[in-house]
Design a protein around this ligand. Structure first.
Ligand code: 0O3
Ligand code: SF4
Length: 320
C-alpha cells in the first residue's frame, strides 16, 4: 500500500540568500559572458551547481586558480578576508554573493575582536561558512561544536567572552552549547540578534510540526548541505525516521513499509523543481492526499551586490 498522504512543509527550499546567490551567477553570466568563475559551490546543492556549470560557470575551491583579470563570484557561505585580498591582487572582477546574514556575523566577529573580547564560534569545523567566519578575527576565535567542547576551551573563567554561531545550526543543539558556555563564563555576551538565520529557524520549526503528524520525513537536499542535514536531525530527535535525498530517484521504497503519512521538506539550497518531482513520484504510486503545513510566510529579499547591479544597468539598452 502506498502512503495515503503527503504533507508538505512551508516554508521549505530556497531562502533569500540562496535565491540571491544563484541569481548573481546567472546575471554575471548574462552581463560578462562565460566563463564566470565561482569560488566554492555557490550553494551546497548538486543540481544547482550542475545547472550553472552547463550555463558556463567554472567552480574552483581557491581564488588563486582563477586566471588574472577574470570574473569571479564568491559563494553564499562567505569567505575569509585573505581570499578577497588574493582576488584583488589578481585583478579579478569580484562579485560577492555572501549572504547578508552571514556578513552580519562577520561584522559582529570583527567588532568583538576590536573590543578585545575572546570569541567563541559555535559551528562545524571545516565547513565553508566557519572557515570564512574564523578568518574575520583568527587571533580571537575559538571554535566549539558540542557542549563537551566548551569544557576544553583554554580560557580563564573571568574571560570576556562573546559567542557567535554558524547561521544554519540546529536551534536545540545550539542552545545546549550556549547553556554550557554560560555556566563556564557567567559574563557571556550574546549576539544582538540570533545568528541562526530566519530561514534555518523557519525550516526547523516546520519539520517539528510535520514530525507530530508524519511516520516518515523526507528532506530534499545534498549531503554537503549543513542546513539540510539539520532538518533530518530535527526529525530524528523527535523519533520520526528521516532521510536526505538529492532527488526522487534516491527514495528507497523499503522506507515506506507501513508508512501512512510522509512529510516532505527541502533544505535552503534545494530547488523546488526537485520537490515537485518527489510529489509526482508519490502520486504515480497512488498517494492521493497532498496538503501543506504552513508555519510562517516568508517575505525576505536581498538586493544584488552594487557592482553587479551597476554592470547590469550599464549593459541594459533601456538605460542609455
Ligand atoms: O551552510 P549550508 O551547508 O547549509 O549551505 P547551503 O546548503 O548552501 O545552504 C545555504 C546556506 C548558506 C549559504 C549559509 O548560510
Ligand atoms: Fe542567508 Fe540564512 Fe539562507 Fe544562509 S540559510 S544563505 S544565512 S538566509
Amino acid at each position: 500500500m502506498p502512503p495515503s498522504s503527503l504533507l508538505l512543509a512551508a516554508p521549505r527550499g530556497f531562502c533569500a540568500g540562496v535565491d540571491r546567490a544563484v541569481l548573481i551567477v546567472e546575471k554575471a553570466l548574462e552581463a560578462y559572458g562565460a566563463p564566470v568563475y565561482v569560488r566554492h559551490e555557490i550553494v551546497h546543492n548538486k543540481h544547482v551547481v550542475e545547472s550553472l556549470r552547463r550555463k558556463g560557470a567554472v567552480f574552483v575551491e581557491d581564488e588563486n586558480e582563477v586566471p588574472e583579470g577574470e570574473v569571479v563570484v564568491f559563494s553564499a557561505h562567505g569567505s575569509p578576508p585573505e581570499a578577497f585580498h588574493n582576488s584583488k591582487r589578481l585583478g579579478h572582477t569580484l562579485i560577492d554573493a555572501t549572504c547578508p546574514l552571514v556578513t552580519k556575523v562577520h561584522h559582529e566577529a570583527r567588532r568583538y575582536a576590536r573590543d578585545g573580547r575572546d570569541i567563541v564560534l559555535i559551528g562545524h569545523e571545516g565547513h565553508q561558512e566557519v572557515v570564512g567566519t574564523m578568518g574575520q578575527a583568527p587571533r580571537s576565535m575559538n571554535l566549539v561544536e558540542t557542549p563537551d567542547d566548551v569544557d576544553t576551551l583554554d580560557l580563564p573563567e573571568d574571560a570576556d567572552v562573546a559567542y557567535i554561531t554558524q547561521t544554519t545550526l540546529s536551534m536545540d543543539e545550539t542552545s545546549a552549547v550556549v547553556d554550557r558556555l554560560r555556566q563556564r563564563f557567567p559574563m557571556l555576551q550574546n549576539p544582538k540578534k540570533d545568528d541562526i538565520c530566519y530561514a534555518t529557524q523557519n525550516r526547523q520549526d516546520a519539520v517539528k510540526q510535520l514530525a507530530e503528524r508524519c511516520d516518515l520525513i523526507l528532506v530534499v537536499g545534498s549531503q554537503t548541505s549543513s542546513n539540510s542535514k539539520r532538518l533530518v536531525e530535527v526529525s530524528k530527535d523527535r523519533s520520526v525516521p528521516a532521510y536526505l535525498v538529492d532527488e526522487a530517484a534516491e527514495i528507497d521504497p523499503a522506507w515506506l513499509e507501513g508508512v501512512e503519512t510522509v512529510g516532505l521538506t527541502s533544505g535552503a539550497s534545494a530547488p523546488e523543481v526537485l520537490v515537485e518531482e518527489v510529489i509526482d513520484w508519490f502520486r504515480a504510486r497512488g498517494t492521493t492526499e497532498v496538503d501543506t503545513v504552513m508555519v510562517i510566510d516568508e517575505d525576505v529579499e536581498f538586493a544584488m551586490p552594487s557592482n553587479l547591479a551597476r554592470k547590469l544597468q550599464s549593459s541594459d539598452p533601456r538605460s542609455s
